[in-house]
Write a protein that binds this ligand. Structure first.
Ligand code: FCB
Length: 457
């Protein structure tokens, strides 16, 4: 069991954050909602993918998930009871436009309307994400993110949401982790829609960048007061060994995983060395790099931070890859092999601030999965998660003291939930979910977080 360090003393830690800091927790629609056929929702690529044999662990699907679509009111009470100041959730495009185009499905909009009002009534700031990977299947059937048509459709969807909720939403995140969605969903195929190939993934990445721009424009046209952002996932990279090959692989990996995605958000275009490398390997297909220099300004940068990655050189095989690989299950690591590095969070935030100077940053996801301890006297003593949380919050406070304009921190996740291809076996929640009964039980980490927030009031 991990020993708590001094950073976990709530009073001292709380004093290191500014008064208006948005302490929260996050979820995503497909991972928690269930009720996939309710109120006119159309199928998404995750419904199709999870129902395809062999795609998810044990064939798990989001059909029921945490049943949040029906239990939303008591879940909001739970959020308020934990003292959270903010809650990050995502809106399911297939509930708003069941086939990804055409008029809004009012019953779908009503759900998020109730959710937003319910949060505000409980004094919790709603942070909404427009797209956390659940593309309407009908859009996928017409090419999905591989075609440019999807960009304008996403803009239309964003406008519908902003028109209905824009008067009450303080913040909106256009897209969650374009990198993961492009490379895992459309490169390795381990996520929906399961497309493969590096060239495909790069085309999708390009279209996601343009879709983010389209959505940001549409939202501002409807609701100029909303603060618009995007959430990129950025890991803390170190070379696996001392050799030059690993150092070169790490530089390429950094450009491929960070700057290829974050650069366009700030109108910096694609990193030129990597563009040349991709070109030489035949990976640049159907994208105009000049468009990566066109950026709609953002009000804040969301950062999803989980881990340190040790990067080693690897061969490029079969038209795949950038000549690097991640060595995991080293050092102190979480249950899924991700290396734990609180200092890496400070470093990642500091570098983003130095290189891109966003007006504001928010940690829109941070968390870990561990083998769950048993319930003892009604308490799930997840000391390892509590320590992870405390040390990463201390690192966030370090970053603030370094001068990073950090405005929020969202633990991933509020609830144990459907962890994509890993199904329900991998638990990230501050709150335990019994999938048989749907009972929610705050873990020790949640109680600790509440004590931090109480000390911060
Ligand atoms: C992030 C995803 C989130 C969750 C966590 C563990 O990449 O955005 O939905 O799966 O990882």
């Amino acid at each position: 069991m991990t020993v708590l360090d001094e950073a976990a003393e709530p009073g001292a830690l709380a004093r290191r954050f500014p008064p208006a800091f948005a302490f929260g927790a996050a979820t995503a629609a497909y991972q928690v909602e269930g009720s996939v056929n309710a109120d006119g929702r159309g199928p998404s690529i995750w419904d199709t993918f999870s129902h395809t044999q062999g795609r998810t662990l044990n064939g798990d699907t989001g059909d029921v998930a945490c049943d949040h679509y029906r239990r939303w009111a008591s879940d909001l009470d739970l959020i308020a009871g934990l003292g959270l100041r903010a809650y990050r959730f995502s809106i399911a495009w297939p509930r708003i436009q069941p086939t990804g185009s055409g008029p809004a499905n009012l019953a779908g909009l009503d759900f998020y309307d109730r959710l937003v009002d319910g949060l505000l009534a409980r004094g919790v700031e709603p942070w909404a994400t427009l797209y956390h990977w659940d593309l309407p299947q009908a859009v996928e059937d017409q090419g999905g993110w591989t075609t440019r048509d999807t960009i304008a459709r996403f803009g239309d969807y964003a406008a519908i949401v902003a028109r209905r909720l824009g008067d009450r939403l303080p913040r909106l995140i256009t897209i969650n982790e374009p990198r993961t969605h492009a490379l895992i969903g459309h490169g390795t195929g381990r996520h929906a829609p399961g497309r493969t190939g590096w060239a495909t993934a790069l085309r999708v990445a390009h279209h996601l960048h343009l879709a983010h721009n389209a959505a940001a424009r549409a939202v501002r046209a409807e609701a100029p007061a909303i603060r618009v952002g995007i959430s990129h996932d950025v890991a803390d990279l170190v070379p696996a060994g001392d050799g030059r090959d690993d150092a070169a692989a790490m530089a390429r990996h950094d450009a491929a995983m960070r700057d290829w995605f974050v650069g366009p958000t700030f109108g910096r275009g694609y990193p030129s060395d990597l563009l040349a490398w991709y070109d030489a390997h035949g990976f640049v297909d159907g994208i105009d790099p000049a468009e990566a220099r066109l950026a709609e300004p953002i009000d804040f940068l969301g950062v999803n931070y989980y881990r340190r990655e040790r990067i080693a050189a690897a061969p490029v095989t079969d038209g795949w890859g950038i000549g690097s690989r991640v060595v995991d299950h080293v050092g102190e690591h979480a249950g899924n092999g991700w290396e734990i590095s609180p200092g890496g969070l400070r470093a990642v935030l500091g570098r983003l601030h130095a290189d891109y100077a966003p007006a504001e940053l928010a940690i829109t996801e941070n968390g870990a999965t561990f083998d769950e301890p048993a319930v003892i006297d009604g308490m799930i003593d997840d000391a390892a998660r509590r320590s992870y949380l405390a040390r990463h919050l201390a690192a966030a406070a370090d970053a603030i003291e370094d001068g990073v304009p950090l405005v929020g921190y969202f633990a991933w996740s509020l609830l144990d939930n459907f962890e994509w291809a890993l199904g329900y076996g991998t638990r990230f929640g501050l709150v335990h979910v019994d999938y048989e009964t749907q009972a929610r039980e705050p873990k020790a980490s949640a109680h600790w977080y509440r004590s931090l927030l109480e000390a911060h009031r």
